[in-house]
Design a protein around this ligand. Sequence first.
Ligand SMILES: *Cc1c(COP(=O)(O)O)cnc(C)c1O
Length: 364
Amino acid sequence: MKVPFVNLGLQYKNLKREILNKFDRLSSKGDYILGEELSKFEDEFAHFCGTKYALGLGNGSDGLSFSLKFFNIGRGDEVILPGNSFVATAWSIVNVGAKPIFVDVLNDLNIDPNAIEKVISKKTKAIIPVHLTGRIADMKRINKIANKYKLKVIEDSAQACGAKYHNQKAGSFGHVASFSLHPLKNLHVHGDGGIVTTNSKKAYEYIKKIRNHGLRDRDNLEKWGYNSRLDNINAGIARIKLRYLNKWNKRVRKIAFKYNTALTNKIIVPTESANCESVYHRYVIISKNRNKLKKYLKENNIDTAINYPIPLHHQEAYRKMYKSNLSLPNVENLSNSILSLPIYNELTDQQVDYVIEKLNFFYK
Ligand SMILES: *Cc1c(COP(=O)(O)O)cnc(C)c1O
C-alpha cells in the first residue's frame, strides 16, 4: 500500500473529459486573456463566498499585496500577521514596503487575538489573519479589535476555500480576502492562479485595474500596475471544479472525522469549535516524537509534510532585513511537533485505514 501526500493526476483523470472539452472550446475561439469565462468564474466564486465581487489574478500572493496597496499601506506602516504561515503572507507586506509584525498562534495554529492587541502601535494599519489548514481564524474577535483601532482586515483565505464560521464563508469577513488556486489548494487550476473577494466596489475597481497594468481602458494608463490575471482557460477549469468543491470538501471532512475517532489518543488531533467547519486543507496532528513518526510513516510508504517547519520570524530573509531575535513560543513549539497527514478527496478508505493502522502501531 502506498499513500502519496497528494494525487493531482487522479483528480484530473476523473474530470478529464470535461476539462478537455473546455480547453478545446476556448482554444478554438482563441479566447485566452480577460474573457467571458473569467467573468463567469468571478461571478460564480463571489456567489460561492457570499460577497459582491471577485477578481481572478495570477496568484494568491498578489491578491494580498494588491489589497494592501489599495489601502495605501506601505513604507513606515506595520501589518500584523501570525508567525506560522506560508512565506507569501509575509512577502505581501514586505513587497509594499511595510513591516510584518508577527504574533503568536493558538493551538489551532491560527492567530491569537489576545496577542494582536499587544502589538498594535500608531504605525499599525492592518491585520492579515490566515485561515491556516482550512480552519477559519477567530474572525469575530479579530474584526472587533480591527474596528476598535480602525484597522483594515485582509483575510488570507488561500487554504480555506469553502470553510465556514457561523454559517458564513471564508473570504466574506474582511475588507478584502485572497484565495490561491495553486495546485496544492482544494480548488486549484492547472498552473498558478488566485482570486480575491470583497464587498467594496472601490477595492474591486482598484484591483481590476492594477491586475491589468493599471489601464483604464485599452489605451489609457491611469496608474502603474502589474500583469497578474487568471487566464481564461484556467478560469474555465476552475468553473468545472467549483461545481464539485462542496462534494470534495464533504469527503475530506469525513476522512478527518475518521482520523479523529480512530487515531490513538497519544497524539493531539485537530478540533473544530462549535459553528465552524474546516475544509482540512491540511490535517495536522501534534505529536511528541514527530520526526521519528514521520520517518516511520515514510518507511511504510505514507508521505507526510510539515506546515511549516521554519516559523516566518526565523526565516533568513526576515532576520537579515530586521536583525530580529523575536520569540513566539507557541509557534516555535508547534513547528517541532506538527505533522500533516495525507488528506484529499481521492484518498480511498483503505488508504485511510492503512494510515491509522500504521500510526497507531508506532505508538504501541
Ligand atoms: C498558497 C498560499 C499563499 C500563496 O498563494 P499563491 O497562489 O501560491 O501565490 C498565501 N498564503 C497561504 C497561507 C498559502 O497557503
